[in-house]
Write a protein that binds this ligand. Structure first.
Ligand code: SF4
Ligand code: SF4
Length: 232
């Protein structure tokens, strides 16, 4: 018999920016136990799932406890390599001060040189550093040529919590099968019902290329500019 355990799901964000930053700061504390973001068709809800080892302090103001069985029919949100849309254009990426602790010194210095904002949250003042300051909102940690996140190279949990939790919901997997979003419907209570369709790998790859065209166009212009600067 498979024994399913407990999971902790981050409560859904609200309209209050200060509260949301507070919730993200608390979630960032548990980053290394982050399991992924799932869409539950039963709950009609995205679930940001953490599974800390027993005894870890979990702030129940921002998390709720659920049985792992809630994930049985859930789709796991995926971010396939080669898209990069979220990193290259209006990324809106940021990093919360408690995320800097485990970064190497040079990376930390790079972040602390970025524009920042002090936000008064229910848990005290929290400094938030903007990472979206390159042309067209590109993230400072996005490697345009390779199409990779430089922080991911240091270990997935060095990525900002906001990047770990934010998904376009276009790509999903379930039981080893690939799915693409076909559409969604918003109910009166505000719940969004997302519809997924199983696809083959070719269709999936085509969608990655389509979504990734923003990055490939950006890369072309970026390379041209680099060449011009080099020959000037
Ligand atoms: S648009 Fe979707 S697949 Fe593309 S980078 Fe963003 S989350 Fe990933
Ligand atoms: S930190 Fe990484 S994942 Fe997040 S926006 Fe920047 S390049 Fe993308």
């Amino acid at each position: 018999m498979i024994v399913l355990g407990k999971i902790y799901v981050l409560k859904e964000p609200g309209r209050d920016k200060a509260w949301n930053i507070y919730a993200l700061r608390e979630a960032a504390r548990l980053k290394r136990w982050f399991q992924g973001v799932y869409y539950s068709p039963r709950l009609k809800r995205l679930l940001a799932v953490f599974k800390p080892t027993p005894g870890t302090h979990v702030n129940m103001l921002v998390f709720e406890e659920m049985g792992e069985s809630v994930l049985r029919d859930a789709y796991r949100m995926e971010c396939p390599r080669g898209c990069n849309r979220c990193c290259v254009l209006r990324s809106g990426a940021f990093m919360i001060e408690n995320e800097l602790r485990n970064l190497p010194g040079d990376v930390r210095d790079r972040v602390t040189r970025q524009p920042s904002e002090l936000i008064k949250t229910p848990g005290g003042w929290v400094r938030v550093y903007r990472l979206d300051t390159e042309p067209m909102g590109r993230c400072i940690f996005f490697d345009v040529e390779k199409g990779t996140c430089m922080l991911e190279g240091l270990g997935k949990h060095n990525k900002p919590i906001v990047c770990l939790l934010t998904y376009c919901t276009v790509f999903a997997t379930r039981d080893g099968k690939l799915y693409l979003k076909k559409g969604y419907r918003v109910h009166r209570d505000g719940r969004a019902e997302i519809h997924y369709e199983e696809v083959d790998e070719k269709t999936w790859r085509r969608m990655v290329a389509r979504m990734g065209s923003v990055w490939t166009r950006y890369r072309k212009i970026y390379k041209q500019q680099q060449t011009e600067e080099g020959t000037a």
